[in-house]
Write a protein that binds this ligand. Structure first.
Ligand SMILES: *Cc1c(COP(=O)(O)O)cnc(C)c1O
Length: 358
């Protein structure tokens, strides 16, 4: 059988080397005699796994010392609430940029906690707003945006400059895809299941001065301060997911870090977009300036062929290419764990399918 390439948007493919190491260590972690899954989160073995994962992430992303890294649960969707619960009270207002499906969910959730100003809305246009069009409210407690809209495949080509206003980013589907200047952000959060590790873990990278502003009514589990004060161990953390994320961070370090990831990811995306643009058979709806490196939606000239495309692709080992129902067509998610050969195999199949069906 030919090799399987998994283009799932999330939970997404993990590096094969990471899965193999997890398999090797599954029953007995480093001679501890038990699986990581069975360890106390407060024991010295797991504490060392947790600390190493954080140290490696800090190194890979060059996270400044005045930021805390939290390993939480609840997914990015919980952050949609946690961000306003902790920060909105400072002025009662926040600015949001709407670029697609995930921005919309973040906006809807924030409205429960205060006044939401949608300062730019390009959700229907498959592009990010022009930087010059952004006008921030002087009294916004923060500005929230989605650097990469996983469903629409729309990625910001710039980081908004919000001056003194904290910038909050839902980086679920673009974190670790390239180097990013963390100091430009107040909070970066990400569900792990796209580019970090398995589902069940949520990363929050938060500037220290943004911790400690939650009202008394804020539940402990939703309060950044509680998690920061307890080293993300106020309650039982998602230990196995934390461990696997740690293996992914090690894998990233061994493979050249985010500088190398950026080069490879750009090359993978570019070759796929070129294939789409050079054909009259495939199309991508996104403004070329704002095309995602991670999620590449594309449609066929004749949507009646969608089912046939998916079936034949799957038979060739190219899995999970069905597009999100709100966009239709196909979507190839090509996170760090997708090797270049996987993208090349998809491109070869696309040429073949076009020749047979155009
Ligand atoms: C997947 C995704 C989410 C939702 O993440 P959960 O962890 O399922 O809550 C939110 N935002 C973006 C950008 C995503 O890609």
């Amino acid at each position: 059988m030919s090799r399987i390439y998994n283009f799932s948007a999330g939970p997404a493919a993990l590096p094969e080397a990471v899965l193999k190491q997890a398999q090797d260590e599954l029953l007995d972690w480093h001679g501890a005699g038990v699986s990581v899954m069975e360890m106390s989160h407060r024991g010295k073995e797991f504490m060392s796994i947790a600390a190493q994962a954080e140290a490696d992430l800090r190194e890979i992303m060059a996270i400044p010392d005045n930021y805390k890294v939290l390993f939480l649960q609840g997914g990015a969707s919980s952050q949609f609430a946690m961000v306003p619960m902790n920060l909105m009270g400072r002025t009662g207002k926040a600015d949001y940029i709407n670029t697609g499906s995930w921005s919309k969910k973040a906006i809807a959730e924030a409205k429960r906690y205060g006044e939401v100003n949608v300062i730019a809305d390009t959700a229907a246009d498959f592009k990010a707003p022009a930087e010059s069009d952004l006008q921030f409210s002087a009294d916004a407690a923060y500005v929230h945006y989605t650097p990469n809209e996983t469903i629409q495949g729309v990625e910001f080509p710039y980081i908004p400059d919000t001056g003194e206003i904290p910038l909050v980013a839902d980086m679920s589907s673009t974190i670790l895809s390239r180097p990013v200047d963390v100091s430009k952000f107040g909070i970066i959060y990400a569900g792990a299941q796209k580019n970090v590790g398995p589902a069940g873990l949520t990363l929050v990278i938060i500037r220290e001065d943004l911790i400690g502003h939650a009202p008394d009514s804020c539940p402990a589990m939703m309060n950044y301060q509680i998690h920061a004060d307890n080293g993300s161990m106020y309650n039982t953390p998602p230990t196995y997911a934390w461990y696997l994320a740690g293996l992914v961070f090690k894998w990233l370090k061994e493979n050249g870090g985010l500088d190398v990831m950026a080069v490879v990811n750009e090359r993978k995306a570019e070759s796929l977009y070129n294939t789409i643009d050079d054909s009259g058979f495939y199309a991508n709806p996104v403004d070329p300036e704002c095309r995602s490196w991670m999620n590449v939606p594309f449609t066929l000239a004749n949507p009646d062929l969608d089912g046939k495309f998916l079936e034949e692709a799957s038979a060739k080992g190219l899995k999970s290419l069905k597009g999100h129902r709100s966009v239709g067509g196909m979507r190839a998610s090509i996170y760090n764990a997708m090797p270049e050969e996987g993208v090349q195999a998809l491109i070869a199949f696309m040429h073949e399918f076009e020749k047979a069906n155009a």
